[in-house]
Write a protein that binds this ligand. Structure first.
Ligand code: ADP
Ligand SMILES: Cc1ncc(COP(=O)(O)OP(=O)(O)O)c(N)n1
Length: 271
């Protein structure tokens, strides 16, 4: 792959920093790197964490977030962007206002609400703001099962419930929707994500369920991979399909890092 210097795909993550490198903007930047795009970051918050859990979190001052947007917009040709941890309603409003004044390409919204450790990274009072302000800007939204339940305010029991929730999220303004499958049950053999595209096409993405503790940052990496591929000019459908394969390989080929819930393997995927 050879790009002219001024053509090299540039993308940005607007997300929180996770100190152990497994999730947050560190997972996004790892994904950008391995997918051959130049990745930038606008830091919204920081968490102090490790494979045992998250011990502390703090939000960035909004004027500092404004400046990060301005610094990048003044210089770079950003082709795609994604959001991760946004912490509260004031940060969501800040990011929405900034995104609307710059040109950062299609936006992938990973509505980060809770981590696999059970830490809440978006306060419940902010769900409405996320629905009303951020979701209509989303080219793709990537809620996990729990986040889809929270955003649609319903319990998802059957495939029909999941499909209907995806349509509900699309009606709220997200163009393309992936509702990621439930995977807490160690007796299951497959994980199925439901995809609803802007043109109404829809399909399930299935993969074998992988029994491992090395699953931190799966959601971040999936949304970052979609962002990287959109930044290179891929269609939404192709970007989502490749991202699923990327994350699957990264879960299946675990690396021995951390004592509990460790990171995924960003070197595993080959295309
Ligand atoms: N144990 C697993 N085996 C196979 N696929 C998984 C497993 N855990 C997560 N995935 C996949 O990883 C991707 C990210 O999903 P998920 O872990 O639900 O996101 P989040 O980190 O937002 O909770 C999805 O495609 C999901 O199906
Ligand atoms: C700063 C920060 N952002 C997001 C997460 C959670 O990442 P995600 O990939 O959505 O979920 P897990 O797979 O890690 O549970 C985080 N931990 N820190």
């Amino acid at each position: 792959m050879l790009f002219m210097a001024n053509e090299f795909p540039q993308v940005v993550t607007i997300a929180g920093s996770d100190s152990d490198g497994s999730a947050g903007l560190q997972a996004d930047l790892s994904t950008f790197f391995t997918r051959h795009v130049h990745g930038m970051s606008i830091v919204t918050a920081c968490v102090a964490g490790n494979s045992y859990g998250i011990q502390a979190a703090t939000a960035m001052p909004t004027d500092f977030i404004d400046q990060q947007f301005t610094s990048l917009a003044d210089d770079f040709d950003i082709r795609a962007s994604k959001t991760g941890m946004l912490a509260d309603a004031s940060l969501i409003n800040n990011v929405v206002a900034n995104y609307q004044r710059v040109n950062f390409g299609p936006l992938v919204v990973d509505p980060v609400i809770v981590t696999k450790h059970g830490a809440l990274l978006l306060e419940a009072e902010a769900f409405e703001t996320l629905r009303e302000r951020l979701l209509p800007l989303a080219t793709v939204i990537t809620p996990n099962f729990y986040e889809a339940e929270k955003l649609t305010d319903r319990t998802l029991k059957t495939d029909a419930d999941v499909i209907s929730a995806a349509h509900q999220l699309q009606k709220m303004g997200a163009k393309n929707v992936i509702v990621k499958g439930k995977h807490a049950d160690t007796t299951q053999s497959v994980v199925r994500d439901f995809v609803l595209l802007e043109n109404g096409d829809h399909f399930w993405l299935s993969a074998p369920y992988i029994q491992t503790d090395h699953v931190n940052g799966t959601g971040d990496s999936l949304s970052a991979c979609i962002t990287a591929e959109l930044g290179k000019g891929a269609s939404v459908k192709d970007a989502i399909t490749l991202a699923k394969a990327y994350v699957n390989a990264a879960i299946a080929n675990e690396i021995a890092v951390g004592h509990k819930l460790g990171p995924i393997n960003h070197w595993a995927f080959q295309d």
